[in-house]
Design a protein around this ligand. Structure first.
Ligand code: NAD
Ligand code: IPM
Ligand code: MN
Length: 359
């Protein structure tokens, strides 16, 4: 098949992990005779440095015309002055809004070989398989902002329509899994959360086969650590989802492992690891590329409907996490390129050994 993919490497380790994900996509394309074209564009701090804005019009237009967008990370100390007029993160938020990707899927599984890296006891991590569905284009991220010398505000606003579309997406996803949906809110305090909860309650009637529970976000933060294997699909608003998924990454062993897919009703999906630009390790060639590589697998699955190819990448990553090599964040000393090379070798090996399955 033919597909046009825009890459947005961004800042810090973004370019390092994106290069690995692109190498994996190219290997898969060669093996299955797909014609993928790649177009690299600017976003974030790199775009601010080049042309003064975090999402140049040319980058946005390229993304809007693409079949899928693969992003590394944006941000870093160079652009983090709290009084800066323009910020890298604004480029990412503008892109998510412009693409209308309101549902951010962040799967969490704990690889048995990495369970000892988590601060939790091993037995708590057995059978952990959670799909977070984070609302991505509303809430405090996108409300009106004010700032004066002695006060600041961030409006948190949700409409029923914004809640409904992401919650329906979560119900549908739960139907394809274990038929359980946990909706996380702060309905004991926030009006937006009360609207959220009543919308979930109303929609639940359309999905009688899905078991719904509501959980307040503060206790959810605790339950995620004490009973992580109790959850199937977890749906929540933008800011809560941002925080809970970084917490979830600690269960997996490293923030560098977790991928994401951001989907809307339009053409291009946006795919990015959940981690940031990791300024503390940027430029050293040591970032873990697994989150980015698994994001590429999600791109194949959700935007291009190439399930076999996606599963092949996931099987290859699984093998590397089991047998090594390992990057520093997961207890080894391999660099980004070595990790990527191992995934490429595992792809070739799996495809050859399981030719019937990965045909
Ligand atoms: P971060 O995710 O960049 O890093 C947190 C910690 O995780 C660091 O110790 C880092 O070294 C480690 N880490 C992250 N990715 C890793 C990888 N692939 N391999 C190994 N270790 C990895 O979070 P932060 O330091 O709070 O934020 C830094 C910058 O990144 C900020 O400017 C923030 O706005 C931005 N950010 C961007 C995105 C994005 O572009 N989607 C996401 C989160 C943060
Ligand atoms: C993420 C990041 C972003 C977010 C920032 C960089 C705007 O933390 O993708 O999780 O908060 O959504
Ligand atoms: Mn985040």
């Amino acid at each position: 098949m033919k597909a046009h993919i825009v890459t947005l490497p961004g800042d810090g380790v973004g370019p390092e992990v994106t290069a690995a994900a692109v190498a994996v996509l190219k290997a898969v394309a060669a093996r299955y005779q797909h014609a993928f074209s790649f177009d690299e564009q600017l976003i974030g701090g790199a775009a601010i440095d080049a042309c003064g804005e975090p999402l140049p019009g040319t980058s946005l237009a390229a993304c809007q015309a693409a079949d899928a967008v693969l992003l590394g990370a944006v941000g870093g100390p160079k652009w983090s002055d709290p009084n800066a007029a323009v910020r890298p993160e604004q480029g990412l938020l503008a892109l998510r809004a412009a693409l209308g990707v309101y549902a951010n899927l962040r799967p969490l599984q704990v690889h048995p070989a990495l369970a000892n890296l988590s601060p939790l006891k091993n037995e708590k991590l057995r059978h952990v398989d959670v799909l977070f569905v984070r609302e991505l284009t509303g809430g405090a991220y996108f409300g009106a902002k004010t700032r004066s010398a002695d006060a600041a505000t961030d409006e948190c606003r949700y409409t029923v329509g914004e809640i409904e579309r992401v919650v329906r997406r979560a119900f549908e996803l739960a139907r394809g899994r274990r038929h359980q949906l946990t909706s996380v809110d702060k309905a004991n305090v926030l009006e937006t959360s009360r609207l959220w909860r009543s919308t979930v309650q109303r929609l639940a009637a359309d999905y009688p086969d899905v078991k719904v529970e509501h959980q307040l976000v503060d206790s959810m933060a605790m339950l995620l650590l004490t009973q992580p294997n109790r959850y199937d699909v977890v749906v929540t608003e933008n800011l809560f989802g941002d925080i809970l998924t970084d917490e979830a990454a600690a269960l997996a062993g490293s923030l560098g492992l977790l991928p994401s897919a951001s989907l809307g009703d339009g053409k291009a999906g946006l795919y990015e690891p959940i981690h940031g630009s990791a300024p503390d390790i940027a430029g050293q060639g040591v970032a873990n590329p697994v989150g980015a590589i698994l994001s590429a697998a999600m791109l194949l699955r959700h935007s291009l409907e190439l399930e076999t190819e996606a599963a092949l990448i996931e099987a290859a990553v699984d093998q590397v996490l089991r047998d090594g090599p390992r990057s520093r964040d997961i207890g080894g000393s391999a660099g980004t390129a070595e990790m990527c090379g191992a995934v490429l070798a595992a792809i070739a090996e799996h495809a050859d050994n399981n030719a019937a399955f990965f045909a």
